[in-house]
Design a binder for this molecule. Structure first.
Ligand SMILES: C[S@@+](CC[C@H](N)C(=O)[O-])C[C@H]1O[C@@H](n2cnc3c(N)ncnc32)[C@H](O)[C@@H]1O
Length: 431
């Protein structure tokens, strides 16, 4: 890698953290460095047509720019990753501009014809990849997500494209080679370095099948039929819910067991009350939007809001809602930070929080979601949460929202109801 790229990487932070937590994430990992080292001669030879997918904090995108890439197109599924890239771009823009100015002084191309730039795309769309000759990918953990990415690269990138896909050796499987092999005629693996390895794919196959994702399924689970409800009690013969899932969406086009357990309590959820205008119900961390669609079908008058940090989840939810003929507002945001309603206005929030962040166990997002629910619920509004029983979230829910009861429990899952209550000195003392 060039000294310029090293200087840029040295400035990056694992936003929103500052990198000081011993067990926290690092801004630049061994996979980023291996990918950039392999990319260095390819970018030097052809600085246009570079695409980065799955960049965690910006190391690949900003590293590619520092290596001389002229315009880098980027896709990051999580809006939090986009925020990290944007914060790190601001940190290193001066270093990058200085480097570009130095290069321009010795190059026949004037700087205005060699724009320095990143273009962010939140969808897998042809224009993300059209003409791409180098794609740098941090391998996702899910094969479904990898399949959607690889099929798009093979279909829309330049036929001369090189796909460099890197990951930690412990998270890589032979099935990943097979996914690449289904779309590319040539797949090889690099030697491992500092426990990371690359898969290198070339020669997109021309005899490609239709895109696998999004996938669609009709769910007729008893819990879904009961939660959707029918005025006569007995479900209509065609009753069910259609779910649409992009590759990176949680649980694919199936019903997660935790979500199933939460749906089994639907007869005890409050009917969103029309206190002041339209009732508001929120599916926080919506995944494929099953809960949002159920809410919209149960209560057609309600303003249903579905939110998730993942672009694939939001796209899946939008498609799931459309497939079921219902409407809701879908918002891509971090832990409910961009809800389009005022604080203290929601009647009901449903939450099946994440406990993984990529491959790592993490309950940080769950706690931030509890806080978001506490903020958006009106006095007397309810948060219904399902979580793995071992996580013991009751105290945290009580602090973030209000009095919290266990409503159902099985060996794996607990469902709680937290009642939003304005805090008084007495209620604080009770906790
Ligand atoms: C356990 S899944 C539940 C999905 C869906 N509600 C269901 O029941 O099938 C958790 C969801 O939270 C989303 N998520 C994770 N971290 C998040 C964050 N910081 N902000 C918003 N959503 C997040 C994930 O993308 C995932 O879709």
């Amino acid at each position: 890698m060039s000294p310029e790229a090293d200087a840029v990487l040295a400035e990056l932070l694992p936003f929103p953290e500052d990198g000081s937590r011993a067990d926290g994430p690092v801004a630049v990992d061994a996979t980023d460095r291996l990918l950039l080292d392999e990319a260095t001669p390819l970018i030097a030879q052809d600085p246009d047509g570079v695409v980065v997918i799955g960049d965690r904090f910006g190391a690949l995108s900003l590293g590619a720019l520092a290596l001389g890439a002229r315009d880098v197109r980027v896709h990051q599924d999580a809006i939090t990753a986009e925020a990290a890239l944007s914060a790190n771009s601001a940190r290193v823009s001066e270093v990058l501009w200085e480097g570009r100015a130095r290069a321009a002084a010795t190059s026949p191309v004037p700087p205005e014809q060699a724009p320095l730039g990143l273009t962010s795309h939140d969808k897998f769309e042809p224009r993300l990849l059209t003409g791409a000759r180098l794609v740098l990918l941090q391998l996702p953990t899910s094969l479904a997500e990898l399949t959607e990415i690889v099929e798009h690269v093979a279909r829309y990138a330049d036929p001369a494209v090189t796909l460099l896909a890197g990951g930690r050796v412990k998270h890589m499987t032979h099935a990943m080679n097979d996914v690449l092999g289904a779309s590319f005629a040539q797949v090889s693996a690099s030697l491992a370095r500092q426990k990371s390895r690359l898969l290198i794919a070339r020669e997109p196959r021309s005899d490609v099948e239709p895109l696998t994702y999004p996938v669609t399924a009709r769910l007729t689970d008893r819990e879904i039929l009961a939660a959707i409800g029918s005025p006569e009690g007995a479900p209509a013969p065609d009753a069910g819910l259609t779910v649409v899932a992009h590759g990176a969406a949680f649980a694919g086009a199936t019903l997660d067991l935790g979500t199933r357990f939460l749906l089994a309590q639907a007869d005890r959820w409050p009917e969103p009350a029309d206190v002041d205008g339209r009732p508001v119900a929120v599916d926080l961390g919506c995944g494929t939007g099953i809960l949002a669609a159920v809410l919209a079908l149960r209560c057609p008058r309600a303003h249903v809001i579905a939110t998730d940090r993942s672009a694939a989840a939001c796209a899946s939810t939008t498609a799931t809602l459309a497939a079921n003929g219902v409407r809701a507002t879908v918002v891509r945001g971090d832990a409910g930070d961009l809800l389009p309603v005022p604080d203290g206005s929601a009647d009901l929030v449903l939450l099946n929080p994440p406990f993984h962040d990529r491959a790592a166990l993490s309950t940080d997002a769950a706690h931030r979601m509890f806080a978001a629910a506490g903020k958006v619920l009106r006095d007397g509004g309810e948060l219904w949460t399902v979580f793995n029983t071992g996580l013991h979230y009751r105290g945290a829910l009580q602090r973030a929202v209000g009095p919290t009861e266990h409503m159902a429990q099985n060996p794996r899952f607990t469902v709680t109801r937290s009642l939003r209550k304005a805090l008084t000195d007495e209620s604080v003392a009770d906790r």
